[in-house]
Design a protein around this ligand. Sequence first.
Ligand SMILES: [Zn+2]
Length: 385
Amino acid sequence: MITRDDARAVRLAWAEGEIEVEQQQQPALGLAWEGWRTEPRNRHGEWTRLSGQALLGGLLSRARDDGAGKSSNGASDKEMQASVLGLTQKTSDGVPGMFGRNEHLDFDGKPPRLFDPAADPGLLADIDWNGHMSMSTDVASGIQDGLRHTDQPIAVPGAFTVPLHEMIHATVPAGQKRSTNGDKQAYQDYAQAQIEEGFTELGAIQHAKEFFTTAGIGDRKVLDKGSLEQQQHLADINGEPFVPDLSAHRTMSAMADELNDPARIRQGRAWHRYPAQTAQAFEWASMIAQMRTGKGEDDPATRREIQRVADEVNAVGTAAKLYVMARHVNGDMSPDEEKTVMPVVEASIRDNWKQGAGAQVTFATARTVAAQRLQALRQSERAAA
Ligand SMILES: [Zn+2]
């Protein structure tokens, strides 16, 4: 049940930072943007596999008492914070470099504030507009557990992509701050928030392997419960003692490669977060990439270009993403023309994205709008000359 106080607390938190709230709960919390549409969870009915417990209740309890968490593995808050801090210290310098040369991270580099996961629905982490990260104790304990038991497979691999997702949000051009560059305002707009989350999660999928390598966990094995159960089952049938064979388990790097797959991304089966938004961002990136290479999606050059397109969008904050996408539609005009035409193109992309139009329709509409505006502008310039 969500009380009015709860809803108010969530709205406050929503306005203050980028919180990851399960889509279906947003209307109940008064987070509805204009043009709200509910969306199904991924095909497994899960919001996330991160132990299935990182939930909005955590945000509510955080809003109420800034609550200290209890970890599922018995680690203290200090231990969890130290582990997450160790991970972000190791990786944060490398994150802006994933997206270009001039980017920097608007992240304070402090230990995360922890909050307690409770009942339905989902919140994993957030990074506020001053660059401070908060994290569910479910996610933090997954990271702590994985980093501490280096002799065992990692049980919650997805936990490690949560800080990556948050740091991608915080990646902005040099000299910018998200609190003052318009990102905070832009995120209150439905379409721009969808674009922000979709591309951010796409970036986390595409850069997970690189991130794991920098974190020093790329070669670590991922716990494969299915395979262990099967081994146990076989041992039972054969009446043999159960000796787990971990060689069958894949590594974190192999898992990252496997999940960075067009079919999985389209089905929301990569890291199981923001499935619809990520699929829509991917469609855009793939379409632009195919136009640039002149080759199909499976071509290696196109695959590299898809990541490059997503990187271009992720290299800027929330507010400037529409501009980058508008440049994808039409980058061929003078700076003066751009000033007149680009805002119209951005508005067109935003309107179509809001209505859930696919990438193709959004692009085609925006291209028509751009051509018409440019033609009108050039005609009026000729008339004046
Ligand atoms: Zn996010």
